[in-house]
Design a protein around this ligand. Sequence first.
Ligand SMILES: NC(=O)c1ccc[n+]([C@@H]2O[C@H](COP(=O)([O-])OP(=O)(O)OC[C@H]3O[C@@H](n4cnc5c(N)ncnc54)[C@H](OP(=O)(O)O)[C@@H]3O)[C@@H](O)[C@H]2O)c1
Length: 432
Amino acid sequence: MPLNILGTLLVKGTDGIPGWEYIRSFGPLVITTISLKYYFGGVKNTWERDLHGKVYLVTGGTAGLGRSVVEELAKRGAQLILLTSTTPEENPWLVDYIDDLRNDTENILIYTEKCDLSSLYSIRKFATSWLDNTPPRRLDGVICLAGESIPIGFPRQVSIDGVERQIAINYLGHFHLLTLLSPALRVQPPDRDVQILMTTCFTQAMGDIDLNDPLWLNKRYPSKNPWRIFGSSKLMLLMFAKEFQKKIEQQPRKDNLPHNVRINIINPGIMRSPSTRRIISFGAVWGLFLYLILYPIWFIFLKSCTQGAQSYLHVLQNPKFQELKGGNLISDCKIYNTARNEPNDEEMCKQLYDKTNKMIDELEKKSAIERKKLSTKKEKESISSKNNKKDKMPLFPEKKPEKKPDSTATTNTSTTSTKPSSGSTRKRNSKK
Ligand SMILES: NC(=O)c1ccc[n+]([C@@H]2O[C@H](COP(=O)([O-])OP(=O)(O)OC[C@H]3O[C@@H](n4cnc5c(N)ncnc54)[C@H](OP(=O)(O)O)[C@@H]3O)[C@@H](O)[C@H]2O)c1
């Protein structure tokens, strides 16, 4: 077929090719569109590694980028524990999701554990139960994909501990989870390469670092440019990754062998994920219509989540990353320098780490007091409601007037609590 076309082109010229007018008009546009789509799709990972036997903890594995990463790892045989904000009992959709994932990837080793990143208590509960295992459980890595992004114009939203949600989930939650799990990471045998992958975003270049108030507890919420606070959460995550890597290396292993825990930070690029849809559509229904109308633009210029997942697969499968030191920023399967200077400022990273640690302690104490108050209040309420019930229960139930059907109806409703006694009488009578 192409030879026929070429032959016709040589013998008869372009006029001999059917539909040449259309090809001439639309051809350049189609070629440009395909080239743009190819360019913005990013680099594809070319490394393959059998992941059977490896165990990974994954945050944010239920949607968008996380879903793609989880699918790819499960196909290669890895055992995955998805840390989710709800339990399957609270959220039956989770059961279907895991079932589908197991069937599609032919891997039954996919589980969920509750670890709500917006609650320091929930994170501590999960991490403690993980650390409680003796002998320590195998852990080949923690892949941090969970994230929260609030669209423009929305008011400040806070976590259970009273911290702005984007900072709480993107930065504080992952900070708390990884620092608590660090004994489980350090204890892994020296021949195992333990990878911690964190997720950043280009908006980190717009973030602010304020060491006096890193969690934005006292600063005004920038509802007109929420990417400032989102960017700050990602920039702080990057600084945490650098400092955490240093802390792990500073503490010698018991066997005095070199450290095998590496922390890398990945920028997946902009993807057509649920969070991007929420941001572009301003979190509104009319915005969603606009998003759908402009979908061809997103389709060309934004990555699919599978394309966004390539750098994660690259780091986990390329043997180069088993030898390199951690603390790298990776995008499109390549190592980049950070756009900001703060992550390279060791003193600033340390100060931020120490300050955050201190603030977590304070927040946990505050939340524990709140929980205690709430449980005492609930206990008191349940005791008083029990007492009320007892008070209302007549010692000698009044006899029902026999000949007035109307009054029987009212007594029936007003003496519900006495029903069991009449029931028991009936039972005794029937026994007789
Ligand atoms: N989308 C982009 O273009 C883009 C660009 C650069 C970086 N990123 C980063 O890539 C990551 C994934 O982005 P995405 O667009 O795929 O996000 P997404 O579709 O909104 O998914 C977010 C994931 O985080 C989980 N999550 C949210 N709150 C949680 C909580 N309190 N506890 C536990 N899990 C929680 C969600 O699970 P549930 O909903 O089940 O709780 C969900 O699985 C994020 O870190 C994001 O910042 C995204």
